[in-house]
Write a protein that binds this ligand. Sequence first.
Ligand SMILES: *[C@@H]1O[C@H](CO)[C@@H](O)[C@H](O)[C@H]1NC(C)=O
Ligand SMILES: *[C@@H]1O[C@H](CO)[C@@H](O)[C@H](O)[C@H]1NC(C)=O
Length: 198
Amino acid sequence: MKAGFLILSALLALTSCASAFDPSPLQDFCVAINDTKTGVKEGNTSNPLGSKVSPVTVNEILGLNTLGISLARIDFAPKGLNPPHIHPRATEILIVLEGTLYVGFVTSNPQNRLITKVLNKGDVFVFPIGLIHFQLNVGYGNAVAIAGLSSQNPGVTTIANAVFGSNPRISSEVLTKAFQVDKNVVDKLQKQFWWDNN
Ligand SMILES: *[C@@H]1O[C@H](CO)[C@@H](O)[C@H](O)[C@H]1NC(C)=O
Ligand SMILES: *[C@@H]1O[C@H](CO)[C@@H](O)[C@H](O)[C@H]1NC(C)=O
C-alpha cells in the first residue's frame, strides 16, 4: 500500500512536471486571426525604474499560438533597472544589443545562491524558468537587450509589485512576520506606487 502510494506520488510529480511546459504543437501553425507585425519600437524609459519591456508574445503576434516561444525588447535609461521578477512559464535567454548590464538570478531554497555577471554588447545570459532575476544598466549611456522566452505566454510577476502592491493588499500581519520588520515599514511599502515596466 505504502509502495503503491509512493509510485503514484512519483507519477503525479512526473505528470505535473511535464504539463508545466508549452505542449508540442500539433500543426505547423495555428493563427487565430489574419495579422502581421513589423517590428518592436524603442520603449519609453521615462518612468521611476528607467526601463521599459516591450513584449512580443502571443498577445502581440497571434501567429505564436501553440509554438512555445516569444521575445521581449528591454530598453534602459542610464542606471535603469528591470526589477527582480520571475516568468512563471518560461526560461529566458538575453542578448545585449547596446550598453552594459549587471544581471543576476537567485536559485531556489535552501541555497538562495546569487549568480551574477556584467554583460557587454553581444554577451548572452540565461535566466532559468521560475527564478527571481533582474537587469541593471551600469553603463554610461542607454542600454538595449533582446530576450527570447520559452513560452508563447511567459507571464511576469514583479516581486515588489506582487508582494507590496497586490489588490487587495496582503495583511500586514503576514508581511511584518515574513519580512521581520515593524508594521510602519510594511505600511510605507504598501502605500508606495509600484510601477509596472512591462
Ligand atoms: C490574410 O491577409 C492576406 C494579406 O493581406 C490576404 O492575402 C489573405 O487573403 C488573408 N486571409 C484571410 C483568411 O483573410
Ligand atoms: C515618455 O513618457 C513620459 C512620461 O509618461 C512622457 O511625458 C513622454 O512624453 C513620453 N515620451 C514619448 C516619446 O512618448
